[in-house]
Each structure stands twice: as C-alpha cells, then as structure tokens.
Design a protein around this ligand. Structure first.
Ligand SMILES: [Cu+2]
Length: 173
C-alpha cells in the first residue's frame, strides 16, 4: 500500500517541479524591465531588514536585562536553606542532614582535596540531582524534596581507593 502511494505522490511532486521549470523557461523568453522591480524590492528589503533588527534588538534587551541571574532560585521571600558540603578523601562534611518535605535547599558544594562528584539518590537508587565537587570552587545545586525518606549522597567521580565509601545519608521528614 505504501509503495504505490509513495510512487504516485512522488510523480505528482515531480510534475510540479517540471511545471515550475517549464513556466520559468517560458517566461525567460519575454523581455521585462527589471529596474523598477529591483528598486521596489530593495526598498522593501531595507525596510523589513531594519524592522527585524529593531525587533530582535528589543527582544534581546528585554530578555537579557536580568543577566546575570542573581535573583533567588525560589523567588523573593522564599529563601532556601543553605547547606555547606565539603567532599574529601574519603567522605563528606555536610552542615545539615535533616530536612522537611517541600523545604527549598541550596547545596553549596566544594572539595578539600581532589575533584569528587556530589550526587543525591533516592531509596530506589535513582539519581535526583548532581554536581561536581571541585577544590577552590563552589558549585550550587538546588533541590526540594517532595517525599519523606532517606536519601543517599554518593561520590560520582572516581577519586581514589576508597571512593566507594563516600556515602552519606540525609533524612527528609
Ligand atoms: Cu570522591
């Protein structure tokens, strides 16, 4: 069924192309004065081009005026709980490990030695969010837990022999 349909459709479109070529070939014989047409459409091009530039400029200025985004991630008056996280070989220093459902949290993640990975997993070992823990640098990651439970923080970057021991639990009530 598809084969004949494709064949007929192709034929129809091919005949369109042939007709278009034929028309252009026929028309090309006649002499026309292109001066006025050219002038008219150059004017139109300048007009629409300028309009586009002005429009895009306005849109760009309007959408980028808030950069850099320094407003709070959860909106005004809804400041997240700031939690300091420091990864080290081989463990985590976390300033707070108990949270409430619906509480916006901002993890400020850094490392004391080498690069680690900060990953938060739920009880089924699904990753919820992650960022790199880098020495002399702080990465911010935001999360709001929707469900109570015990969540695990695992290192996501191989960082040495006891990398697999970098496990920390956080509780959400
Ligand atoms: Cu690590």
């Amino acid at each position: 069924m598809i084969q004949p349909v494709a064949w007929i459709t192709s034929l129809i479109f091919m005949s369109f192309v042939v007709i278009a070529f034929g028309l252009v070939a026929l028309k090309s014989k006649g002499k026309r004065d292109y001066g006025p047409i050219k002038k008219k459409w150059y004017k139109a091009r300048t007009f629409y081009g300028s309009l586009l530039v002005i429009l895009m400029l306005a849109v760009t200025i309007y959408t980028l005026r808030d950069l850099p985004y320094n407003q709070p991630a959860y909106g005004e008056g809804n400041e997240p709980t700031v939690v300091d996280v420091e990864a080290y070989q081989f463990g985590w220093n976390i300033s707070q490990t108990e949270f409430s459902v619906g509480e916006p949290i901002e993890f400020e993640v850094t490392s004391a030695d080498v690069t680690h990975g900060f990953g938060i997993y739920d009880e089924d070992m699904n990753i919820l969010t992650q960022t790199q823990a880098m020495p002399d640098y702080t990465n911010t990651v935001y999360i709001t837990f929707d469900e109570p439970g015990t969540y695990e923080i695992l290192c996501m970057e191989y960082c040495g022999l006891a990398h697999h021991l970098m496990i920390e639990e956080i509780t959400v009530k």
